[in-house]
Design a protein around this ligand. Structure first.
Ligand code: MN
Length: 227
């Protein structure tokens, strides 16, 4: 048996300090997981719980460049911690959830906010706002065996040296075990799935030439230039 066309390349993330790669199966993104960010987007976090959407695995990019995408004039940054799973399942219990985590990284959930806003207004899906080429700049992953499981610590983003987003991992409405448990009630999680765990407040627009510097305590730093 052979494929009738060349099979697409396996999406993957590098691993810090190694030439090995982490193969990526799916990207789950959590929306409005920090209360202040939910409020800045015009929502009440007490009335509307967080929720999920997806990006495409091949939207990941790890060379420090973010090409300004077409069809938009309002592209926003969202700095997020990434969780990478080494195993999965359905209906995972919160107390077992962390045993599925392989490691961590940092990513940007880049968003065509104008197209997302229009989709929201019309009750349409979010892909055109969220799941476009290069929309997930990310760092190499770091195994939990090296850094443990970060549950508290600063998460921030500077644009051109100015602090724009700032929060703490302990401000997540749904913590990591809660996210894994919840997703696994709706989807079958698999080894290679990654979760973008939500963004703190302060999201805003970028232009070509901007230099983004994201940080998560205990995980590291992400440097991305808008080109
Ligand atoms: Mn996001």
């Amino acid at each position: 048996m052979k494929y009738v066309i060349d099979p697409p390349r396996q999406a993957a993330l590098p691993i810090r300090g190694s030439s090995d790669l982490f193969p990526v199966h799916r990207i789950y993104c959590i929306g409005r997981n920090y209360a202040e960010h939910a409020r800045e987007m015009g929502h009440d976090p007490n009335k509307e719980p967080p929720f999920f959407f997806q990006k495409n695995p091949d939207n990941l990019r790890t060379d420090g460049k973010f090409p300004y995408p077409p069809g938009t004039s309002d592209v926003h940054f969202e700095i997020e911690m990434i969780v990478a799973l080494k195993s999965g399942g359905r209906d995972i219990q919160t107390e077992d959830a962390m045993s599925h985590v392989w490691g961590y990284g940092i990513g940007l959930d880049m968003t065509r906010r104008d197209l997302q806003g229009e989709a929201k207004k019309l009750g349409r899906p979010w892909e055109i706002g969220k799941a476009f080429e290069h929309s997930a700049p990310a760092t190499a992953l770091i195994p939990a065996s090296e850094i443990g499981h970060p549950t508290t610590g600063a998460i921030w983003l500077d644009v051109n040296g100015k602090r724009r987003q700032a929060g703490d991992l302990n401000q997540m409405i749904w913590d990591i075990p809660g996210q894994i448990a919840f997703i696994s009630t709706l989807f079958e999680l698999k080894a290679g799935d990654i979760i973008m765990t939500g963004t703190p407040s302060g999201v805003g627009a970028i232009v070509k030439g901007d230099k983004l510097h994201g940080h998560v305590d205990g995980v590291g730093d992400l440097h991305v230039e808008v080109v």
